[in-house]
Design a protein around this ligand. Structure first.
Ligand code: BGC
Length: 981
């Protein structure tokens, strides 16, 4: 054989090899994350995504190799784990079962899969993870903070004049005596509200306190809003810098920094910022635990002189948090860091926080989530984060004993800067007062870019809406003044952006700048927990596309460290009800598995010893046991299991879930929840309907019990599953006896009661259609309008569709008169509003005491866009089996939906032309799908141009309710149905 022929033949053989090696594994993740650092699960779970050009492809076996170095892995020998060839179709949540892993262990891994025909695919690209610091003894570092300033000699504090004012209303009350009475020696501390001041000058309005006082021989004033904490005399509040200079004796092989704070930190090494986290560490109940972050900082270090420096802020630990909380977890922040260096010669060295660190006031004069950040650029310290600094002004830090919070790794996506928004418009609303419109209600901060003389003080105020005269509307922020100040150092262009605060806003008011600011003086910096986007939805109605955009922006802005209710007013708490109603929608939009894995620990941390879940997690409000809010402790783990096939989350939370259900049983009469329902929010913010609260309590008791039974069954604990299934049946019987009439009418007769009873499977088969009929009748009687609040809203559309009333579901979805989802869209909303009537043309703004324009709860209809209109739903946990059942309804002519599941991308695209429907579907490798194609008759259905009966890879199952139902394996399919109706 001549050489050319040989090469050609070899090529053909290789090509054939490639083609038959049908499945390739990629997108490797450990505990849901790509290449994470700081894993603390002893047996982490591994997932990968398979791809292939063939239809109906599956994984019949896999092999995982885990090695202690990349070099070792290259030899195809896993010294930590070689799973061998495992006959299994599992490609997600595979539990590591190699050598026991120790602190700091680096694990490099790859996987290959065997296809349906038994051919092995190529090895995947290499991925890695590194174990965290698993034992308390691994921590050498000590908690440090600036030493408390030397005690100021006591001086009398005298309140000269204090007025409590409703400025717009022109009403004022003199509260001088009320304040003076509360001065303790030389000190005053109180939360500003009607109760503490003993008067309400204007009902239903956020007020403002103006205080003139004398202290230490000085005459001073203080301005503060209702609900904020007044502290006099004001504490010196500049945020501290902390630093340590150190030498490294030889070249560095690798270095990892473990850092965290009680509060927030921003750490730099040799003048460069470490990592891209914002507002680290994420919020936890610091009384119980604090999460550390791990960073690979090898590239930042050098042989010789180095410096590590951090700035430190109060954040959730010691700043203002929602509903009047201030310094809730502690008085002053503290920092903890441990740098672990491995030299090229194998030696190791640690640089940890201790009493050799030094501190100095930073130019950040104050920073607080609710109040904003103040920065004086004149006070900048050149080289504060570099080696070789003259440290003579720096003073030694103090070491703090903080043994109680448990240290754990942060195994979730951090908050990051997500994108930037340029202003759409700038208006001078008053002389020297400029309002920037960013065109989108967003969460984050402004990056300011100005040139102004030294000492110029610029004020930035933030708002979601405008007053009719074009000025910013801030009343709904309540006590969150949300004002940033920047004092210029002069001498050219200055760029600044706050580091330790965030605001919810679309409009920015800029004052203090001499002359006209440029349009690019303001840029919106959007922050969010950086969960990977997984869902895309678009359809023929631009209003629905805007609704979907509003839902996504709502999620982005409110998933900041924890799932919050709103980002703008002085609340921003982990409200459990909000989290529970929205979680299913959230899972379509982004991969929220790691985010909820972390938050559900906060939820368990907030559970009382009696078993009651709290209203907010982290639990800062000390209230508990509210129906639909507390039930988040059961609904959320179950949802994560359903969507990601995560059994471990169930196993981990089953004890807390069980305690909750037993709490509900104990706090019921005859299984009816007619007592002990805490703050009992009902179907919160429903409109024109009143759903009995004991009934909501009982339905959620039933639902949580049912999910608990299913959870036990999912993890194979049959006895417990049977026990709670029986309890569910008993609650169901009690519910029917108490609330359901013989004709199927349910007490309250609201949309919410029927939606819950149907969704939670509380009715007999005979009564279900009747309940659906009453639900539909009520919607129609209201002129095709909904009346549900937070609790009932997410069930409406899926339940109507399930009960054969998809037309009504579509009419509701496409309704744009008040109240409806599209009402706010019609009026220019770019996020979901808290209330159906947050603003109406006839009444203007609702009660500013509770009127957020960025609250995702009522956007929980997003689930229906993906699962209903797009028709993508899990038929088994983790979308291993998929149900494709799009609802093709009047009003939409096409819809395109895609969702990146833990097994890969699932997509549908449908289009109606006359009586013809085209439905394109993508099914990922190693999954199966049951596809419903609307059709009168299978004879008129084709797939990729061929009569469907002739297509081998498409298996016809049955005709069902006007659809031909097929079963398929992975691949891309194009169905055309010529007789859709
Ligand atoms: C929050 C809600 C929360 C509610 C409890 C409100 O102030 O903003 O979203 O669920 O209180 O009803």
């Amino acid at each position: 054989m001549n050489r050319l022929k040989y090469i050609l033949l070899l090529g053909v053989v290789l090509l054939a090899g490639v083609c038959s090696a049908a499945v390739t594994a990629g997108n490797l993740r450990c505990e849901y994350l790509a290449d994470p650092l700081g894993i603390d699960a002893g047996s982490p779970r591994l997932s990968w995504i398979l791809s292939s050009n063939h239809r109906g492809e599956t994984q019949t076996a896999y092999q995982i190799l885990v090695a202690s170095s990349e070099k070792q892995l290259k030899t195809d020998a896993g010294d930590l784990w070689d799973s061998g060839k495992v006959i299994s179709d599992e490609s997600a949540q595979v539990v590591y079962a190699g050598c026991p892993l120790v602190s700091r262990e680096r694990c490099f891994w790859k996987v290959r899969a065997w296809d349906r025909a038994g051919h092995p695919g190529a090895w995947s690209p290499v991925a890695q993870w590194q174990m965290g610091l698993l034992k308390p003894e691994d921590w050498l570092a000590k908690w440090i903070a600036p030493k408390a300033p030397a005690a100021i000699p006591t001086a009398p504090l005298v309140i000269r004049r204090a007025t409590y004012e409703a400025v717009a209303e022109g009403k004022t009350a003199d509260v001088t005596a009320a304040l003076m009475k509360q001065v303790k020696q030389d000190h005053l501390k109180l939360v500003v509200n009607n109760k503490t001041l003993g008067v309400d000058p204007a009902y239903n309005v956020v007020k403002h306190l103006h205080v003139e006082y004398e202290y230490g021989g000085q005459s001073l004033t203080k301005e503060i809003d209702e609900n904020q904490t007044l502290v006099l005399p004001e504490q010196p509040s500049a945020l501290p810098y902390l630093r340590k200079a150190f030498d490294l004796k030889s070249p560095v092989q690798r270095a990892v920094l473990y850092a965290t704070a009680l509060g927030l930190y921003d750490v730099h090494i040799n003048g460069r910022r470490v990592g891209d986290h914002v507002l680290a560490p994420d919020w936890t109940d610091y009384r119980k635990r604090v999460r550390y972050q791990a960073y690979d900082v090898t590239a930042l270090l050098k042989k010789g002189g180095n410096a590590m420096a951090a700035s430190l802020a109060n954040g959730w630990f010691s700043g203002h948090i929602g509903n009047g909380g201030n310094a809730f977890f502690g008085k002053e922040p503290a920092f903890l860091a441990q740098l672990e260096v491995t030299y090229k010669d194998g030696h190791t060295e640690q640089v940890a926080t201790d009493d050799t660190w030094k501190s100095l006031d930073s130019p950040v004069l104050a920073s607080d989530f609710m109040l904003g950040e103040d920065y004086d650029a004149r006070l900048e310290v050149k080289g504060w984060d570099k080696s070789g600094l003259d440290e003579s002004r720096w003073t030694p830090v103090g070491v703090r004993d903080e043994s109680s919070p448990q240290l754990g790794s942060q195994v979730m996506e951090p908050v990051r800067q997500i994108c930037e928004l340029k202003p759409k418009k700038v208006t001078e609303v008053k002389p020297g007062c400029w309002v920037y419109d960013l065109g989108q209600n967003m969460v984050g901060v402004v990056r300011l870019k100005v040139s102004a003389p030294v000492g110029t003080k610029i004020t930035l105020r933030h708002a979601e809406m405008l007053n009719p005269n074009g000025t910013i509307y801030t009343q709904n922020l309540r006590g969150a003044t949300s004002v940033d100040h920047y004092v210029c150092k002069g001498g050219g262009e200055e760029i600044w952006q706050p580091v330790f605060t965030f605001h919810g806003f679309r409009y920015v008011e800029l004052t203090g700048l001499p002359g006209r600011p440029s349009k690019n003086a303001v840029t919106g910096i959007v922050i969010a927990s950086d969960t990977t986007r997984t869902g895309e939805f678009a359809c023929s109605d631009p209003r629905i596309n805007q609704l979907q955009s509003n839902i996504q922006w709502g999620q982005r802005g409110n998933y900041v460290s924890i799932p919050t209710d709103c980002p703008q007013r002085d609340e921003r708490l982990g409200w459990m009800g909000d989290a529970e109603v929205f979680i299913r929608t959230a899972t379509y939009n982004s991969d929220v598995a790691a985010f909820f894995t972390k938050w559900l620990v906060d939820v368990d941390d907030g559970q009382t010893s009696a078993g009651s879940f709290s209203d907010v997690s982290p639990n800062t409000m000390n209230c508990d046991s509210v129906p639909a809010w507390g039930d988040a402790g059961v609904i959320c783990p179950w949802t994560i299991y359903e969507v990601y096939g995560d059994k471990r989350i169930l196993e981990q939370h089953l004890p807390a879930m069980t305690k909750w259900v037993e709490y509900l049983r104990l706090h019921s009469n005859g299984l009816i929840r007619e007592k002990d329902r805490g703050n009992d929010y009902g179907d919160w913010l429903s409109i024109g309907a009143d759903t009995p609260k004991d009934l909501i309590g009982t339905t959620f008791f039933a639902y949580s019990t049912h999910l608990l039974a299913k959870s036990y069954r999912a993890v194979g604990r049959v006895e417990q599953a049977d026990k709670y299934q029986q309890l569910f049946e008993d609650i169901k019987a009690a519910f029917n006896k108490r609330y359901v009439a013989a004709d199927g009418r349910i007490k309250g007769n609201t949309q919410c009661v029927y939606a819950m009873a149907l969704k939670f499977e509380l009715l007999s088969e005979e009564l279900r259609p009747k309940a659906a009929q009453y639900l539909e009748e009520d919607i129609k009687a209201k002129g095709t309008h909904l009346s549900t609040g937070f609790v009932g809203v997410s069930y409406l559309l899926p339940v109507l569709t399930q009960m054969g009333k998809a037309d009504t579901a579509y009419s509701l979805l496409l309704q744009d008169t008040f109240p409806s989802w599209l009402f706010s869209v019609k009026h220019g909303a770019t996020t979901i509003w808290e209330r159906w009537d947050g603003w109406t043309p006839d009444k203007g703004f609702q009660d500013p005491g509770m009127n957020s324009f960025n609250h995702y709860s009522l956007g929980s209809c997003g689930e229906y866009l993906f699962g209903g209109v797009g028709g993508i739903r899990p038929a088994s946990p983790g979308f291993k089996n998929i149900l494709i059942e799009p609802v093709i309804g009047d009003g939409l002519t096409w819809a395109k939906t895609s969702y990146d599941s833990i097994h890969g991308q699932i997509a549908t695209a449908w289009k109606c032309e006359g009586n013809q429907l085209t439905l394109e579907v993508i099914v990922p490798v190693n999954t199966t799908a049951t596809i419903h194609v609307p059709a009168m008759d299978i004879a008129n259905v084709t797939e990729s141009g061929r009569r469907v009966e002739k297509v081998e890879s498409v298996n016809f199952l049955r005709m069902e309710q006007g659809s031909a139902v097929f079963e398929v394996g992975s691949g891309t399919y194009k169905f055309v149905s010529k007789t859709m109706r």
